[in-house]
Design a protein around this ligand. Sequence first.
Ligand SMILES: [Zn+2]
Length: 111
Amino acid sequence: MDNQEAKVLINDTILRLNDEIKKLEETSKPISPDNAIGRLSRMEAIGEKSVNEAALRNAKLRVTKLNQALKRVNDDEYGECLECEEEISEKRLKTIPESTLCIKCASRIEA
Ligand SMILES: [Zn+2]
C-alpha cells in the first residue's frame, strides 16, 4: 500500500469512527431517574449505557491512534512494525489501519 492509499484508508476510518462517536454520545447521556426511557427498563438502560460507554472510549482511542498513524504516513514510517521493523502485512493494515506492530509482535506483546 502506498502513502496515498494509506491516507485514504486512515481518513475513511476516522470519518466512520467520528460518526459512530456521535451516535454513541447520544446514547450515553445520563439516564433520568424516572422511568421515561420507553421500552427499556432502568436496569437494561444502565447495562446498555455501560456497553455504549466502553464502545465510545474505544472509538475515541482508535481516532487518537489513527491520527498518530497519519503522522507516520507523513514521516514515511507507516506500515513498519515498531518492534522488529518488518513491514506490517497489508491485510492487517486494512483491518486495523492504526496497527503499529506486525502480527507476530502483536501476538507476542498484546497476548
Ligand atoms: Zn514486528
